[in-house]
Design a protein around this ligand. Structure first.
Ligand SMILES: [Zn+2]
Length: 86
């Protein structure tokens, strides 16, 4: 029997990877996870909106990214840019 990597169901160890996330806007440290937020990104001078997992401040709604979320966002942005070729 093969053992799969732990914590691979959907969001991998999200709190473990962001133990001290602080909202840059209001200093609050309570966040919820938005797994499908619309995030605007600029890539090569183009505005691209992608659906990406983010942390959302429970107090002011500001979006923050953990390290893996930033990686995921970069990946999704590049993918979306590739699909928007004209
Ligand atoms: Zn906040």
């Amino acid at each position: 029997m093969r053992k799969a990597a732990r914590g691979c169901n959907g969001i991998p160890g999200i709190w473990a990877m962001a133990p001290k996330l602080i909202c840059p806007k209001c200093g609050n440290n309570a966040f919820r996870v938005d797994t499908n937020a619309a995030v605007g990104q600029e890539l090569n001078g183009r505005q691209i909106v992608v659906s990406s997992p983010v942390m959302v401040c429970r107090k002011c709604g500001n979006q923050s990214l953990t390290t893996w979320q930033a990686d995921e966002l970069a990946r999704l942005t590049k993918k979306a840019a590739g699909m928007q070729k004209r």
